[in-house]
Design a protein around this ligand. Structure first.
Ligand code: CDP
Length: 222
């Protein structure tokens, strides 16, 4: 039985960084589920098709190329917005579901556990996760972090535009009928507005550690 940490949250809230750090700390595998939707979106855009079109998006989801998960092209905000569109299509989510559940149940590299970040990890993908966080921060702060991240990719964006885009994407993610962005009832809210990366990681660790230690201790040996 693998031990799962589910980290959900709003756009650009820093959940990816927290998930990577927690995975490193516990020696768990990490899955950025948003990258799956971003890969589908990039494939649809590259084929010059419409991300909101079910046939186009489902075809791309069925042919997802995981070797491109590290491609910086998936990180642009254009791809992020298209990802939110393909993610609202039930058949796309269905197509990506099993991969994520398998990752949670049998993490690669024979890891004892998995950290998965996204929007529906604590609610749909891994409802029995040992620990669940819901990460958020004020939109202005998330926009500043995203501006710096995009700057690193050579993309210049104004924070005002980014606030509007992040808010629009969160609103779409929260109100879609399938797997909407929401805090699971047993998830703990972590607001990182006033925390830098180190402080946010320390707080996240403090919140999940007792549950993870307990879950690891309860695992059958061998
Ligand atoms: O990095 P950021 O928080 O901006 O986005 P992301 O986590 O890469 O996710 C991009 C989009 O994929 C989101 O706006 C969601 O619409 C969708 N997504 C989802 O529906 N379910 C997930 N588990 C992860 C992402």
């Amino acid at each position: 039985m693998s031990v799962v940490i589910a980290i959900d949250g709003t756009a650009a809230c820093g959940k990816g960084t927290l998930a990577r750090r927690l995975a490193l700390h516990f020696g768990f595998a990490h899955l950025d589920s948003g990258a799956l939707y971003r890969l589908v979106a990039l494939a649809v855009l590259e084929a010059k098709r419409d991300p909101a079109n079910e046939d186009d998006a489902v075809r791309a989801a069925g042919a997802i190329d995981l070797t491109r998960a590290g491609d910086p092209k998936i990180r642009t905000d254009i791809v992020g917005q298209a990802a939110s569109k393909v993610a609202a299509i039930p058949a796309v989510r269905a197509s990506l579901l099993q991969f994520q559940r398998d990752f949670a149940a049998r993490p690669p590299g024979n890891s004892r556990g998995a950290v998965i970040d996204g929007r529906d990890i604590g609610t749909v993908i891994a409802p029995h996760a040992a620990a669940k966080l819901f990460v958020d921060a004020k939109p202005e702060i998330r926009a500043r972090r995203r501006r710096l991240e995009l700057e690193g990719l050579g993309i210049a964006r104004s924070e005002a535009d980014l606030v509007a885009e992040l808010n629009a994407r969160d609103a779409a993610d929260r109100t879609r009928p399938i797997s909407p962005l929401r805090q699971a009832e047993d998830a703990t809210l972590l607001d990182t507005s006033d925390l830098d990366i180190e402080a946010a990681f320390a707080k996240a660790l403090e919140l999940v550690n007792p549950r993870i230690e307990k879950a690891l201790a309860a695992r059958p040996r061998g």
